[in-house]
Design a protein. Structure first.
Length: 166
């Protein structure tokens, strides 16, 4: 009994540490998350952006070759951008923003729990085949961050891109 409780506590701690900024569910999130300034949370890689302040749109394609096009984007610190993500494949894909460590940990958890439901998160979008979705994000911190598809097997196959914030 104590072993089960310890195991459950360890799993809960791992999930809390690994996935707070990335959300998943079984549904497609093609529309951008509603912007509510009172709900915006600062993360190590920025925060949800106000769509009215997005001055630049960056198109990102993704496909069943487990690659993003482009594989690297550059933004200025403080810039709010609209990422328009188009799924050119026949499989469900997603784009999740985060630090390399967060994405790696979250991908591990997703392999163990592929049907995990984390609710809505403005730093990610699921996109059904042939559809497109949006993420509006303000990159408030300088550095190198990533975007990746954390569906089981996709990240491991190389479905990851880089965000350089200068």
């Amino acid at each position: 009994m104590i072993h089960r409780i310890a195991l459950a506590a360890a799993l809960a701690a791992l999930l809390a540490a690994a996935v707070p900024a990335q959300a998943h569910d079984k549904h497609s999130h093609a529309a951008p998350k509603k912007y509510d300034p009172a709900q915006v949370v600062e993360t190590p890689f920025g925060r949800q952006g106000d769509p009215a302040k997005a001055r630049r749109t960056i198109a990102i394609g993704m496909g069943d070759d487990m690659r993003y096009t482009p594989a690297e984007i550059s933004v200025k610190q403080g810039e709010t951008v609209r990422l328009v993500i188009r799924n050119k494949g026949k499989l469900l894909h997603e784009l999740v923003l985060g630090t390399p460590e967060q994405l790696r940990k979250h991908a591990e958890v997703m392999r163990q729990h592929p049907d995990m439901d984390h609710g809505d998160d403005p730093s990610m979008v699921h996109v059904k085949p042939g559809k497109q979705g949006e993420v509006v994000w303000q990159f408030t911190q300088p550095g190198e961050f990533q975007y990746g598809c954390l569906l089981p097997g996709h990240f491991e196959a190389g479905m990851v891109g880089k965000v350089i914030v200068k």
